[in-house]
Design a protein around this ligand. Structure first.
Ligand code: IPE
Ligand code: IPE
Ligand code: MG
Length: 245
């Protein structure tokens, strides 16, 4: 299994990853959960770099879900602190790799310090064009869909749109993910076989890939494996195999 086996003409434009298993990784080593989160940073760096090197245009990483706010306060605080620190320290690497940073999620719930670092990094990297790295922070797909529904309902009430104008395209345009194509490939680490409220609308036709590797152990090699598997799948979009040729 190597990078050379990947067909660069058949790359997913957008890969989305549920980075899971930090807590278990730490527990296996007899350490606190936060140790696992800290060691997940290297995997983020590797995968971002790996995607950029191949020519993947968008990478969305699920870093903190709406539901993660209900974890013990000590873990939530430690995660927010780590986030601030990491965004700050990784901006240089993003610049070096030509990666533009963006974020999706409920900004109103993020601590001020976190928002500040995030906006600074987004601003500093805004002219980079090699790849866009989208952090899903305080994000959940249902949160996004509820907000989009409200926006659309308000427009209808204002008479700006008619009921007939509500279609897939309008919903697409109203979600916070509207700037990016839907991911062709969604990866989840740690062996859990669920979506946990990540991009529900956007993954309608994504190829799903699950691995038992825990996030802190995830490296470029594992990314290549997932992409190769993706390239071996037949994406039918409801059609028959025969129609595809
Ligand atoms: C993923 O690792 C990181 C976040 C959800 C923030 P977990 O913290 O969920 O690790 P496990 O699943 O408990 O092992
Ligand atoms: C999903 O992982 C959220 C992130 C990776 C940020 P969780 O560990 O929170 O998911 P569940 O609770 O096991 O479904
Ligand atoms: Mg988990």
């Amino acid at each position: 299994m190597s990078k050379d086996q990947i067909n660069l003409n058949k790359l997913p434009k957008h890969i989305a990853i549920i980075m899971d298993g930090n807590g278990r990784w730490a527990k296996e080593k007899g350490k606190f959960r936060i140790f696992g989160h800290q060691n997940g940073v290297k995997a983020v760096r590797e995968v971002s770099e790996g995607c950029a090197e191949l020519g993947v245009e968008y990478l969305t990483l699920y870093a903190f879900s709406t539901e993660n706010w209900s974890r013990p306060k000590i873990e939530v605080n430690a995660l927010m602190t780590l986030l601030v620190k990491t965004i700050k320290s990784e901006t240089q690497t993003l610049m070096k790799n030509g990666i533009k940073l963006d974020a999706i999620g409920d900004r109103t719930t993020l601590p001020a310090e976190c928002l500040k670092e995030l906006d600074e990094a987004i601003n500093a990297t805004k002219d980079n064009t090699r790849m866009t790295l989208i952090l899903a922070l305080s994000y959940s797909a249902k949160w996004d869909i509820v907000n989009a529904t409200r926006t659309i309902a308000q427009k209808a009430l204002n008479g700006e749109i008619a009921i007939e104008d509500v279609n897939e395209e309008l919903i697409d345009r109203t979600l916070t993910t509207h700037k990016y194509p839907h991911p062709e490939l969604m990866i989840r680490t740690s062996g859990e076989l669920r979506i946990s409220n990540f991009l529900l609308w956007e993954i309608a036709y994504s190829e799903l890939y699950f691995t038992t590797v825990l996030w802190p152990d995830y490296r470029k090699e594992q990314l290549y494996e997932a992409i190769l598997e993706y390239q071996s799948r037949e994406r039918r979009f409801g059609k028959t195999s025969e129609q595809l040729v």
